[in-house]
Design a protein around this ligand. Structure first.
Ligand SMILES: NC(=O)c1ccc[n+]([C@@H]2O[C@H](COP(=O)([O-])OP(=O)(O)OC[C@H]3O[C@@H](n4cnc5c(N)ncnc54)[C@H](OP(=O)(O)O)[C@@H]3O)[C@@H](O)[C@H]2O)c1
Length: 289
């Protein structure tokens, strides 16, 4: 028997296996497309002939496939499901809290223990100290798997026992990430259309502007956590003015205005609700309605 099995050898699953092998863990692997296992077998992984053999090979099975539905398609079939009993399945495929709870249900009914993880970094950061994985599930099961997971990522955070918690933070982080990425694309297009350097924009961000934005995001989250919206250095009213300018500029130059329309509309709703003198964190009051 090996120490751990990894099912799913895409970009992320392969990075997980390399990290485990580098730390000396006896690792069995399986992937639908067998050729992706070859470089890992060359590094020392054991290749299972099918998914059932992969599950049988180890007490702990990490699954990193496209989504929870694929996990079910692989594990919940008659040839594989009976072998789940007594094993610990650690789901590292991304998903929503609802999908995680559904996986907990059918995996639990199969007699296996279940942890649900959300990988918060890119494959390059796997196996490194800054690699971050959030994990939800029973404390005792987590403690048993923690040393192994620490070989995969240096920053393993147990977010609590209820399954779905890790995915909730994943969805929440996605909001911050996608907002920032869309804003950055919009900003780059503004530079292009005005004939100023995107490279200088990037350097200014690196030299301090991104840090200022990070600090503003942290301040906003702390304010929401403590329901405190007064004494703002930059009120919602000021933000609304900036968002309107961004929209006016997009319309004047004919660049894609979808991002600016959305931002201006949300701030305008805040103004209409009488929140103009409060911190932009007060927009949460609109979202709670
Ligand atoms: N890459 C990242 O930056 C990143 C970051 C955080 C979290 N994640 C999460 O990690 C998971 C894997 O991502 P990835 O980047 O490794 O994706 P990927 O390279 O596209 O790999 C997808 C994996 O899912 C398998 N798969 C897809 N459909 C299948 C099916 N119907 N039956 C059996 N296997 C199937 C693929 O098998 P085949 O090789 O046979 O196609 C492959 O092993 C995702 O849930 C993703 O959200 C990824």
């Amino acid at each position: 028997m090996s120490e751990v099995t990894v099912i799913g050898l895409g970009v992320m699953g392969s990075a997980i296996v390399r990290a485990l092998l580098d730390k000396g863990h006896d690792t069995t692997v399986w992937n639908r497309t067998r050729s992706k296992a070859e470089p890992l077998v060359e590094r020392g992984a054991n290749l299972a002939q099918d998914a059932a053999a992969a599950v049988r090979a180890s007490p702990i099975v990490l699954v990193c496939v496209r989504d929870h539905r694929v996990t079910r398609d692989i594990l919940a079939v008659p040839e594989v499901r009976p072998h789940l009993a007594g094993r610990t399945i650690v789901q590292l495929s991304g998903g929503t809290p609802q999908q995680a709870r559904e996986s907990e249900r059918w995996i639990g009914e199969s007699g296996a223990m279940y942890l649900d993880g959300e990988i918060m970094v890119y494959p390059d950061q796997i196996g490194r100290p800054e690699g971050t994985i959030l994990v939800a599930g029973p404390e005792a099961v987590f403690q048993r798997c923690e040393p192994l997971l620490r070989s995969v990522a240096g920053r393993i955070i147990h977010v609590g026992e209820p399954i779905g918690g890790a995915n909730a933070y994943g969805v929440a982080m996605g909001g911050v990430l996608y907002g920032a990425l869309l804003g950055a694309v919009h900003g780059a297009r503004v530079c292009e259309v005005e004939g100023v350097s995107v490279g200088l924009f990037a350097r200014m961000m690196a030299e301090g502007d991104l840090a200022t934005i990070s600090a503003a995001v942290l301040d906003l989250l702390k304010r929401i956590d403590s329901d405190r919206y007064g004494d703002s250095q930059g009120t919602l009213g000021t933000g609304a003015g900036g968002a309107e300018q961004m929209l006016e500029h997009a319309r004047a130059t004919g660049i894609d205005s979808e991002f600016a329309v959305c931002a201006a509309a949300v701030f305008r709703r805040g103004l209409d609700a009488g929140l103009g003198g409060e911190d932009p964190a007060a927009l949460i009051k609109l979202l709670r309605r």
